[in-house]
Design a protein around this ligand. Structure first.
Ligand SMILES: [Zn+2]
Length: 346
């Protein structure tokens, strides 16, 4: 199980991705129905509005040029119904913010040295944050992790842990229900209640989708190029289905209830223009679409658990052909049923 999870992590890390999280359990409001929120690798947090096809920076100051503001250097984020809880990382300092979508207001939650990705459940946000602690002689004792619960209605922040969680990387929330949070850290998976009490071991991880568990295999090729094979094991029947062979990158389409996997294939270093799709229902691979003329698909994809979708649409970063930078902000919005697509540029 460790190997499998490691492969999943590797897949995510290897594409230099940002991590987002599963959305909160409440029903999305109209605002969220039409927008995708995304930040490239330490980039600006941007709202892509599918209705008017406009992209705007998620910044409370209308006069701001967003060169070095609260919406820049965004490292991790989680989008709820009317809130985005996100982490801005500048050097060795991180700041956690809560942005109120309908009010356009920003509240600072806390400063810390490092965080894991937050998760939102109802009107609460949960996250692990760390600071470096020192002994009396000033010698660093390393990162000390605590779990925090933030009430987005009252702005009250509470540490749920008395003593630090004894891990190096910090617990990452994988999923939240009305009663539990599922966590992963280097010691494995476990679940707690919403006060981080009653810890119990858990096999749940982000590769488990309905009745299926995904197995990821990394295949190293020439020139240190590696690709992924993905199989899905039916946890009820034990049947194993080939999902993806030779994917250069991949992502689940809808993380909280994915219908399938979107992926690209490596073509001798040529620009990648074609998206492919395999569904959980049929396990048949089909072409989803080509990038619009003059564009190719950016290698900067999201983590498999980052949700960047609304309705039938998913957001895929693209770049202009010939561009060497992967850090652009242009997003291709693709309908995963029909392949219909368009680009939104900030
Ligand atoms: Zn700004």
């Amino acid at each position: 199980m460790k190997t499998r999870f490691l492969a999943l992590l590797l897949a995510a890390v290897s594409v230099l991705c940002l991590v987002g999280c599963t959305p909160s359990v409440d029903i999305p409001d109209a605002e969220k129905e039409t927008c995708i929120y995304s930040a490239q690798w330490l980039g600006r947090l941007i709202r892509y509005d599918l209705t008017n096809k406009k992209a705007t920076v998620v910044c409370p100051d209308p006069a701001c040029e967003h060169k070095d503001c609260t919406a820049t250097d965004v490292d991790k984020y989680c989008v709820g119904d009317d809130h985005i809880v996100y982490v801005r990382k500048k050097g060795a300092a991180s700041t956690v913010y809560c942005y109120y979508i309908s009010k356009g207001e920003l509240v600072k939650i806390m400063d810390c040295e490092y965080t894991q990705v937050p998760i939102i459940g109802g009107s609460f946000a949960y996250f692990a944050a760390a600071n470096i602690e020192y002994d009396e002689a000033g010698k660093p004792l390393g990162r000390k992790w605590h779990i925090y619960k933030y009430n987005m209605e009252t702005n009250e922040l509470r540490a749920l842990t008395q003593a630090p969680v004894p891990v190096n990387q910090g617990p990452r929330p994988e999923k939240i229900t009305e009663t539990n949070i599922f966590w992963q850290d280097e010691t494995g998976g476990y679940t707690t209640d919403l006060e981080y009490q009653n810890r119990q071991p858990s096999d749940y991880h982000s590769g488990m989708i309905r009745d299926y568990e995904q197995h990821f295999e990394v295949v190293w090729g020439e020139n240190a190029i590696y690709t992924f094979n993905i199989t899905a094991e039916n946890l009820v029947t034990g049947e194993i289905h080939d999902m993806v062979k030779g994917a250069y990158w991949y992502r689940l389409d809808f993380f909280d209830d994915p219908k399938g996997v979107i992926f690209t294939e490596y073509k001798n270093g040529d620009p990648i223009t074609e998206l492919k799709y395999v569904s959980f229902d049929t396990f048949e691979t089909r072409k989803l679409c080509d990038a619009p003329e003059g564009y190719c698909i950016s290698q900067m994809v999201s983590a498999s658990w980052e949700h960047r979708y609304v309705g039938d649409y998913v957001g895929i970063y693209v770049k202009r052909l010939g561009s060497t930078s992967e850090h652009g902000e242009e997003m291709m919005i693709v309908n995963v049923t029909t392949g219909e697509n368009f680009i939104i540029s900030p």
